[in-house]
Write a protein that binds this ligand. Structure first.
Ligand code: ARG
Length: 466
């Protein structure tokens, strides 16, 4: 038997939704977390209604007091959320209506379509701020790890083959660049969110004499000079989900970055590398093999990135092909966004914790970087400075590498006669090339791993992070 509708839209209906439909269509189980933003939006909207004379100041004050009381109840966990009231908006409005007669005027010149767009823009501004702070936490942990291992040298890799020597901080600062781009990307998303939808109504605004700029100012949708920023097309405003995709996109890219960082750490902790030891607090053991210590935090960082990409994909697919403007499909936009926010924030914290407890095995790093073949390119550069064309030098050094291999000695153990046999441009001083510190000191252009450049980067990150 159909029951009458409880919903605010129930007027034209003779029967309410089926129990199954309520269960299927409710969003309050997840959109209740928007309550603080919904209340802020309603307070600003009612302040505007009073400002233009659509409600009295007394009515505005009663609405504000009622909303404050409801939010306090929500925050104390004492508010009863009702599934049959569908979403956060109707739950709060109905609770307000029970307390405050003027609540019946709150929805004047407003629709849930511009209301949810507003709630979410407020949410994105908040979420971007939180995520930026959490990324900063990971960046600080990274800087501390770099400081503790300032003079450690490791091989840098391409194709996962030893390539050229770098200071460990140079590698860590590569991660830092990735994280800082992520942080800046969230700042950009927050700036894009900074336009007020309220006043767009369901799709075509309102005939009532509202003041959109007033509402925008009250909610902090203002530019650097304090001028209100309101969205410019009512239809786009209620249909647009770009921010959801941008936010989830920023989270997904962050996920790609932490996954790559995690992969480096997993390799570095393996017995094959053993460059680092990750903290017990972020590792787990095996239920079967007593000797095992597994880098689970890193593996999960790698795994969560799949989830962050999935959320982005959900949103892209959700939005494609929808006719303008609002369609109920769009209610499905929130779970992936909330999940991306929660997972991004905790991933940043876990990365920070893992890095903070990481110790570096200096002996293993020193042994790996002592491989003289890492300086083969420097040998070619040496020949270039003797006037040899780089292509010829490259060829000559290749021949030297092969000679060392056939003789079963390290590249640096070849005699001057050996190398001069390959190319006459080699001089007696050629073996100096294999002095690692000297080799690094020659790499002093901007962005290179030489000690002066690394020191510059230390100064840059310290300034930014402290
Ligand atoms: N719960 C809805 C959502 O998240 C709010 C907007 C509802 N609008 C509507 N016309 N039914 O999308």
């Amino acid at each position: 038997m159909a029951k009458p509708s409880h919903a605010t839209w129930g007027g034209r209906f003779t029967a309410g939704p089926a129990e199954l439909m309520l269960q299927f269509s409710e969003s309050v189980s997840f959109d209740r977390r928007l309550a603080p933003f919904d209340v802020a939006g309603s307070k600003a909207h009612s302040a505007m209604l009073a400002h233009v004379g659509l409600i009295t100041k007394k009515e505005r004050d009663a609405i504000h007091a009622g909303l404050d009381a409801i939010l306090a109840e929500i925050e104390a966990g004492k508010f009863t959320w009702e599934t049959k009231l569908e979403d956060v908006h109707m739950n709060i409005e109905q609770a307000l209506t029970k307390r405050v007669p003027a609540a019946a005027k709150l929805h004047t010149a407003r629709s849930r379509n511009d209301q949810i767009a507003t709630d979410m823009r407020l949410f994105f501004k908040h979420a971007c701020g939180v995520v930026q702070e959490r990324i900063r936490g990971a960046e600080r942990a990274l800087l501390a790890a770099a400081e503790a291992n300032r003079d450690v040298l490791i091989p840098g890799y391409t194709h996962l083959q030893r390539a050229q020597p770098v200071y460990l901080p140079h590698h860590l600062f590569a991660w830092m660049e990735m994280l800082e781009r992520d942080r800046a990307r969230f700042a950009d998303v927050a700036a894009h969110a900074n336009w007020c939808p309220l006043g767009s109504g369901a799709i075509a605004g309102t005939t009532l004499p509202i003041d959109r700029e007033f509402t925008a100012k009250a909610l902090g949708f203002v530019d650097a000079k304090g001028r209100p920023q309101v969205t410019q097309n009512s239809m786009d405003t209620v249909a647009d989900r770009d921010l959801f995709i941008e936010f989830a996109g920023a989270c997904a890219l962050f996920g790609v970055h932490i996954s790559r960082i995690a992969e480096d750490l997993i390799l570095w902790m393996s017995s094959e590398f053993k460059f680092v030891e990750l903290p017990d607090a972020f590792c787990t053991g095996s239920s079967l093999m007593p000797q095992k210590k597994n880098p689970d935090s890193c593996e999960l960082l790698r795994g969560k990135s799949a989830r962050l990409q999935g959320n982005l994909h959900t949103l892209l697919t959700l939005a494609k092909g929808l006719p303008l403007t609002y369609n109920r499909d769009l209610q499905e936009d929130k779970p992936p966004v909330f999940d991306s926010f929660d997972q991004t924030a905790i991933c940043a914290d876990v990365l920070a914790g893992t890095l903070a407890g990481m110790t570096v095995n200096r002996e293993r790093c020193a042994a790996a970087v002592a491989d003289p073949a890492l300086l083969a390119t420097d040998v070619a550069d040496y020949l270039v400075l003797q006037g040899v064309a780089f292509r010829d030098a490259h060829h000559a050094v290749g021949a030297i590498v092969r000679l060392a291999e056939t003789k079963g000695v390290g590249l640096n153990e070849l005699t001057v006669a050996d190398v001069q046999g390959v190319h006459p441009a080699f001089k007696a001083d050629w073996a100096e090339i294999f002095d690692l510190k000297r080799a690094l000191a020659k790499r002093e252009g901007t962005g290179m791993p030489g000690p002066k450049q690394v020191a510059r980067q230390f100064a840059r990150w310290k300034k930014l992070l402290r």
